[in-house]
Design a protein around this ligand. Structure first.
Ligand code: ZN
Length: 219
């Protein structure tokens, strides 16, 4: 499948772009179920723009009157150029952190009902909330990475990378089927069950024991 796609879509003369933010939807079965979504047969990919990025410590978003949904996710940093159609290498993912894919859920539900793109629900100033990246050794995928999000002192989401429907190598295979990946590209790998509302001022704590990460921030 990769080679068929590659023949059709890969072209060496395309302009080189980096700083892309890919996000995978419905990558944990329990989360797909909580939003009454079907399980995807292949990775469900959407994009966020680099202008949606925000560091965990940076403070409030621009949308202080709005209720968002929190989606805690493992976020992967691409460290090497992988050409479109090339064989995926886990070693090309050189960094990892925890991030939030902040979602305007009501807006998304309305857009989905109309069959419209959900860009404005997912891509806005501060919607891609990331911690500092840690170096990534690809052997960690064998033992798995657990992670969690507390909101105002209560654990709302707990995840385990081994429960991903599409693990990192499958995500790479899929993305490389139709484009290059560049150093600096980010991949939000999907959120586990337990998404729910957060508002301006709520205290967030994200943790991963295996990654040695603890992040504190505010929406
Ligand atoms: Zn997400």
């Amino acid at each position: 499948m990769l080679s068929t796609l590659s023949k059709k879509l890969c072209n060496d003369n395309m302009p080189k772009l980096s700083g892309n933010i890919y996000a995978i939807g419905r990558n944990y079965a329990a989360h797909a179920a909580e939003l009454n979504n079907e399980l995807p047969k292949e990775p469900l990919v959407f994009l966020m723009s680099p202008s949606s990025l925000r560091e965990w410590e940076e403070g409030a978003t621009a949308f202080q009157g709005e209720t968002f949904h929190h989606e805690i996710e493992l976020v992967l940093l691409v460290g090497e150029h992988s050409p479109c159609g090339s064989v995926p290498r886990l070693s090309s993912l050189t960094g990892i952190t925890l991030g939030l894919d902040l979602t305007r859920r009501e807006v998304q539900t309305q857009l989905k009902a109309k069959g419209h793109p959900w860009t404005t629900a997912k891509n806005f100033q501060g919607s891609a909330f990331v911690g500092t990246f840690h170096s990534l050794d690809s052997s960690i995928w064998e033992t798995g990475i657990t992670f969690s999000l507390d909101v105002n002192g209560e654990t709302k989401q707990s995840g385990d990378s081994r429960l991903m429907l599409f693990p990192p190598k499958t995500i790479l295979t899929h993305l490389l089927g139709y484009q290059d990946l560049y150093p600096g590209d980010l991949i939000f790998t999907g959120t586990p069950a337990g998404v729910g509302p957060v508002r301006h001022g709520d205290e967030l704590v994200a943790r991963s024991r295996e990654l040695g990460i603890q992040l504190k921030g505010q929406v």
